[in-house]
Design a binder for this molecule. Structure first.
Ligand code: SAM
Length: 446
């Protein structure tokens, strides 16, 4: 049952068309995935259609049990709502690949995986989540996706506005909202909806935007999105940004057959028109005035860690010269060398959950590879003996079950693969296999 105030409100905005929306909201949600460029092709045992606005987006006619697919855990694809993949179109139109980008409200990370892939080897993404319980799933999804160009942070929007003035070329605010567009996917969104809650969300969105606005460079692009339909959280907030900040709305390009409602204040996705959930997105440019660019302050903190010999780890990477390796306690992390000064500043100033990807861990005199290296696109797989697992073995590995080394597995540290894709590391010690899959990521239920 849809909330009655919602029905009245939508009738007053959409007129007769609202009835088609209500019918669409009673249907099953659409399942869609976005392929990672880690792999070329993927097969599913159901019908597949292309998402028209994303070159790696696909609709699936059925919802498979993704948990049972080792390739899902290997980060080969992300299960993502199709409408939100439209972010890619906005990035292609307005955000260069060498941009420094902040994804302010990032968990669980769907849009951050689009951003990190867009920026690839050139730009840098700060992927932030303010809610503590949600930041670890964000970091997990970022590591599985495998681009090393991401710093995951856990900060308040005002930490960026106060401390990173004029740093970012682009900020994505995928705002917490009243979730009307999620009514058929998430029953809690219906039960929690009220006109008061819409009001509260709209005010909170403004306060988030106000807190972070100073972090955007003059001339930079702010992308604002919600998964709700109402004007208060969408058009009114976009208009408010033009009045309050003097921002200019950027036109977004859509094709008529996509049936996206492209208005002067942003694009609406309605489930009775487009195949996906409800979504709104707008892009605005900050006025380009004279400004003092962001200056990186170097940290004076003394590094007292006993340094490991980094040399052996360089062969684990495809292009070692691209990576700066930093040791913190027992752990070695790799992050893009071209962004070293900025990343060093960020790690000294913000609460960082992960930086680039974990490369190795000092264990006695040896260095063991970390799991996130196996997920990374920077991995040189030829640096490790490899062993291909069957589906059954792969699922046992992902459940972190005690395993006996299968016949033919080399001794020592082995890169386990499934369908040609790295799944993680294990150490074959002869009579048993030490499973190096992160315990906190293990499959709990089958
Ligand atoms: N961008 C994410 C994605 O694509 O996977 C979805 C983000 S969700 C729509 C909004 C996020 O904002 C949530 O993760 C929520 O925890 C976070 N959030 C909640 N309150 C916030 C606040 N006051 N400031 C910033 N973020 C907040």
């Amino acid at each position: 049952m849809l909330p009655l105030d919602f029905i009245d409100y939508m009738r007053s905005t959409l007129g007769e068309e609202a009835e088609s929306l209500f019918r669409a909201l009673e249907q099953e949600p659409v399942t869609s995935i976005r392929l990672n460029d880690k792999i070329d092709t993927l097969t599913f045992s159901c019908d597949i259609d292309e998402v028209p606005w994303h070159y790696d987006g696909y609709y699936l006619s059925e919802r498979p049990r993704f948990t049972l697919d080792p390739l899902f855990h290997a980060g080969c694809y992300y299960v993502q709502e199709a409408s939100s993949m439209f972010l890619q179109q906005v990035l292609d139109e307005y955000v260069p690949r060498d941009a420094i980008v902040l994804d302010l409200c990032a968990a669980p990370g769907g849009k951050s995986t689009i951003l990190s892939q867009h920026l690839a080897d050139e730009g840098l993404l700060i992927s932030n989540e303010v809610v503590r319980q949600r930041v670890f799933i964000l970091s997990e999804n970022i590591q599985k996706w495998g681009n090393g160009n991401v710093v995951v942070t856990h900060n308040k929007p005002s930490d960026f506005g106060d401390g990173c003035r004029y740093l970012f070329d682009c900020i994505l605010v995928d705002a917490p909202c009243s979730g009307e567009g999620m009514f058929r996917k998430d029953p809690a969104a219906r039960s929690e909806w009220s006109l008061d809650n819409v009001e509260m969300c709209a005010e909170r969105q403004k306060s988030i935007l106000e807190d972070v606005w100073d972090a955007l460079k003059p001339g930079g692009v702010l992308i604002y999105s919600t998964c709700t339909f109402n004007k208060k959280e969408n058009e009114d907030n976009v208009r408010w940004m033009t009045e309050y900040f003097g921002a200019d709305i950027l036109p977004l390009t859509t094709e008529p057959e996509w049936k996206i409602k492209n208005t002067p204040l942003g694009c609406h996705f309605y489930p009775h028109l487009t195949r996906g959930e409800g979504f709104f997105i707008a892009a605005l440019r900050k006025p380009d005035t004279n400004f003092t660019p962001f200056r990186i302050r170097t940290s004076k903190k003394q590094d007292t860690t006993i340094k490991a010999d980094l040399e052996p780890m360089l062969q684990w990477l495809k292009e070692p010269q691209q990576w700066e390796i930093k040791q913190s306690d027992r752990f070695m992390t790799a992050y893009p060398a071209r962004h070293k000064p900025l990343i060093d500043f960020i790690t000294g100033f913000l609460t960082c959950i992960s930086v680039g990807f974990g490369l190795g861990e000092l264990r006695g005199k040896n260095i063991a590879p970390q799991h996130s290296l196996s997920m990374s696109k920077a991995l040189n797989p030829a640096a490790f003996p490899q062993f291909a697992l069957t589906e059954e073995q792969a699922l046992a590995f992902l459940r972190t079950e005690a395993l006996l080394p299968p016949d033919g597995m080399p001794m020592g540290t082995v890169l386990l693969t499934y369908d040609g894709v790295p799944l993680g590391f294990a150490k074959n010690v002869g009579n048993r296999l030490n499973n190096l899959y992160p315990n906190e990521w293990r499959i709990r239920k089958l």
